[in-house]
Design a protein around this ligand. Structure first.
Ligand code: HEC
Ligand code: HEC
Length: 502
């Protein structure tokens, strides 16, 4: 098989299972004349793909050497690595750091082992909690990379990496079991969703204007990038009837993150993850001061662990950019005509079976610029993922020059039946509704479904119910060879190979 976007050779490179830090060793000086506000690059996490296997292997060994060296450094001076990530937000907004450098700093944080000295955990939570306590979290893991590793750096997680959210701190049955999601392509996902939200807001404004000028309620379709979100009625006084909205919250904001599709931005997700899994409270969440989130000890140390300013705004920004700038998942095409034919058949079947009504193969993108709005009143950070993201990057269509994300999702929530339903709704999403899981990269994110209950693609497909029952039954009724074609097609949705040492 060889790659379509971008060029890949399917070689027997052991793709990352285990330690997956994405750094290579290369001390960085970087005197810029601008005050860089505290942070320090200890090594280079490259956004570029090595050109050949030898270079790839060298980079993997360098990353391993770096990990060993940082363990030595931290043994001598604990917290050394963490201190190096404490970049100042004002310096970031003043342009003191390049986007590539922020990616590297974010990568340092993503692979950092959080300890009580830097703020891990909370006074009133267990040292480790397998089942989380409400919206306070576990803490349940020492590093982001503990759970996000499968299929490559910042990847998915295995079933044993499941997080058990919003529980009573003691029992699995009280919590919502969720499998870690691969972060490849996350920045692009946010951009598509944000563009859809803008379209939906425009539709609402138009209806509001019609209702005002006619003095009668105006009812119209909610459509974004060709995806229907039902209908909206706006009354002359500006109030809305949201009862016909489908697959999205009444605020009409497309929320593409989390299995339930209830988080809108990478930054909100990153901040939540720091808190839930590590008890690392950002300055922003502490300032908001919601005791249900940050703890009830009040003041500047609401989790009572005697560490203040656990995560600065600059660190949130660096980690957010690291996630948002992750590579785009890759799609492989076959060398052999037999496989090409079968993959094409699988693709066609996804349409005729009805899978593609939810797993929409691609959505258009008007911009590839990821925007991180400033919360401190400074400038915004904007990154062009087509030029600066980690490789492989999104590529324009060769003929039209336009960009599309080959996501295999409509970014909408659907009822997938009682068998998959959770015990209760979660932040606006009903118990049996889940976001149409984007299928790009799916070949590298086993096990499947929100709680990892499906070990194989076949199981995942057959467990669909509810709105997907018809498509599932049509799939089940196919002869083996045709089901195989669908599975083969899904297996071409992957990530570019790279070497990782353990
Ligand atoms: C204990 C395992 C675990 C750890 C540790 C962890 N995550 Fe996650 N991550 C998850 C799970 C589970 C989900 C899905 C959550 C959901 O559906 O509500 C997720 C989802 C995400 C998402 C959203 C992806 C998407 O496309 O929906 C981002 C971004 C993310 N994590 C970033 C991070 C960062 C950054 C860290 C470290 C600060 C981190 N995670 C640590 C388990 C983990
Ligand atoms: C009504 C919308 C809908 C239809 C139709 C549909 N799916 Fe899905 N699909 C979903 C949702 C929602 C999920 C996530 C379920 C969960 O979180 O447990 C999902 C999950 C998946 C997964 C697991 C992905 C992962 O990373 O865990 C695969 C594979 C999949 N679908 C393939 C298919 C195939 C093949 C078909 C056609 C036979 C199909 N789907 C039809 C909505 C749909």
């Amino acid at each position: 098989m060889k790659a379509r976007t971008p060029l890949l050779a399917v070689v027997a490179l052991a793709l990352a299972f285990g330690a997956c830090s994405d750094e290579s060793l290369s001390p960085v000086g970087g005197a810029t004349g601008v005050d860089r506000g505290g942070g320090q690059l200890l090594h280079t996490i490259s956004t570029r793909l090595p050109l050949d296997q030898r270079e790839d292997a060298t980079a993997a060994l360098e990353r391993d050497a770096f990990r060993r060296e940082s363990r030595f450094l931290d043994a001598v001076s604990p917290g050394h690595l963490f201190q190096s990530t404490r970049v100042d937000e004002a310096a970031i907004e003043a342009g003191a750091w390049t986007h590539d450098e922020l990616y590297q700093l974010g990568g340092q944080l993503f692979n950092f082992t959080f300890t009580p000295e830097v703020g891990f955990g909370a006074k009133d939570l267990p040292a480790y909690g397998r089942f989380q306590t409400g919206r306070r979290g576990g803490p349940d893991a020492p590093r982001c990379a503990t759970c996000h590793w499968r299929g490559g750096p910042a990847g998915a997680g295995d079933a044993a990496d499941n997080a058990y959210l919003q529980g009573d701190g003691n029992s699995q049955s009280s919590a919502l079991a969720r499998n870690p999601i691969s972060l490849a392509g996350a920045g692009l996902v946010e951009i598509v969703a944000a563009e859809m939200s803008v379209e939906l807001a425009a539709a609402r404004s138009l209806l509001a204007a019609q209702a005002r000028s006619s003095g009668k309620a105006a009812r119209g379709d909610l459509v974004a990038k060709g995806i229907s979100f039902g209908k909206l009625t706006v009354r002359p006084d500006g109030s809305v009837d949201a009862s016909e909205i489908v697959g999205i919250d009444p605020d009409l904001v497309v929320k593409p993150f989390g299995w339930k599709g209830n988080v809108a931005t990478v930054r909100a997700m990153v901040e939540d993850e720091l808190l839930l899994h590590h008890g690392m409270e950002s300055d922003f969440l502490v300032a908001e001061g919601d005791p249900a989130r940050v703890g009830s000890f009040g003041g500047v140390d609401p989790d009572g662990d005697h560490v203040t300013s656990e995560i600065t705004e600059g660190q949130v920004t660096a980690l957010t950019l690291f996630v948002a700038m992750q590579e785009a998942p890759a799609e492989l095409t076959s060398d052999t005509s037999e496989q090409t034919l079968l993959t094409a058949k699988g693709r066609a079947l996804m349409k005729t079976l009805g899978c593609a009504s939810c797993h929409v193969s691609s959505l258009p993108l008007s911009t590839t610029t990821f925007t991180l709005a400033s919360r401190g009143g400074g400038a915004r950070v904007t990154v062009d993922l087509a030029r600066e993201g980690a490789e492989p990057r999104i590529l324009p269509d060769e003929v039209s020059g336009a960009f599309r994300v080959f996501l295999f999702s409509d970014l909408k929530r659907h009822d997938v039946g009682k068998a998959l339903a959770e015990t209760r709704p979660d932040r606006g999403a009903p118990a049996s509704q889940f976001l149409t899981r984007p299928l790009w990269g799916v070949a590298r994110s086993r096990p499947y479904l929100h709680d990892a209950r499906a070990a194989q693609l076949e199981d995942a497909i057959l467990l669909h119910g509810g709105e997907a029952q018809k498509a599932r039954d049509a799939y089940a009724a196919l002869p083996d060879i045709d089901r195989g074609a669908v599975r083969l097609m899904l297996t071409t949705l992957t990530r570019s190979p790279r070497m990782v040492t353990q």
